[in-house]
Design a protein around this ligand. Sequence first.
Ligand code: FJE
Ligand code: FE
Length: 299
Amino acid sequence: MVDTEISDNVIDVPRPIVRRFQARPQREGVGAVVRRSIGRYELKYFDPFIVLDEFSVSAPAGFPDHPHRGFETVTYMLQGAITHEDFAGHKGTINAGDLQWMTAGRGIVHSEMPAAQGVQKGLQLWINLSSKHKIVEPKYQEIQSKDVVEAEKNGVKVRVIAGEALGKKSPVYTRTPTLYLDFTLKQGANLQQPIPKSWNAFVYVLEGEGIFGNSRSSPVTAHHLLLLGPGDGLVAWNKSNKPLRFILVGGEPLGEPLVQLGPFVMNTQEEIDQTLEDFDNCVNGFERVKFWKSEAMID
Ligand code: FJE
Ligand code: FE
């Protein structure tokens, strides 16, 4: 049984749920399926978040060679494994519980393909970069499951992907200040998690059902996105009889104009035109496009 004592009262004003979306499956990549919540037409952008996909992919489907510029992709594996390889020779496999924080910056071309039998599942979040960071050199931060920082208290377990929770800090460097927490609450457990006041924040439920925002709100189940309104932080409660798993993500809004063309995200149309030109001409960060094809495409 879980200790049901109310945790330290750190949240004066709980953030309310202001919008709620169910993420339904759609096709993406080549034969892959994603439940897209942020990035669909009703929710084009939730500053600084561009896309949130809960993906599900089995060989031979996948995400073959494609570019990115102007933002970061954060891939967090829930089940199975994905092999990625890029045009600079960076290659690896991320397994369940592993994290890849990729700063595409001025340009990456890569493939992301299944590395195991069965279904590979995970989350991919696209975080925008401010104008001054859009053309930084690409960078990877990769953390294996065993090295993901974890903490546990009163029936609440947290994996700290970015930022800080229950006194534990992630080593991940976030150019756009970001909090990314993977919570599992035992039955009866409740949680109060501070979030900086000026940040946008959302919850995405992975498993079970939870009460969020205030104790009178109705239970929320898997594949739902909740946008949080203003306040001091998140209040959540598992009053069901099974574990509740969800992610809480917060980020400092950039407050800059956004022009997106698929995997290119810049501030102006001129910068998008320039990006297409750079990509076509293999210049300004896309030099290696000319001679590169992933092994996944050659096999
Ligand atoms: C894509 C641009 C992309 N969601 N979830 C255009 F970047 C992608 C793409 C992904 C993706 C990859 C993974 Cl591993 C997980 C994802 C989009 O690669 F499919 C299109 N069409
Ligand atoms: Fe990609």
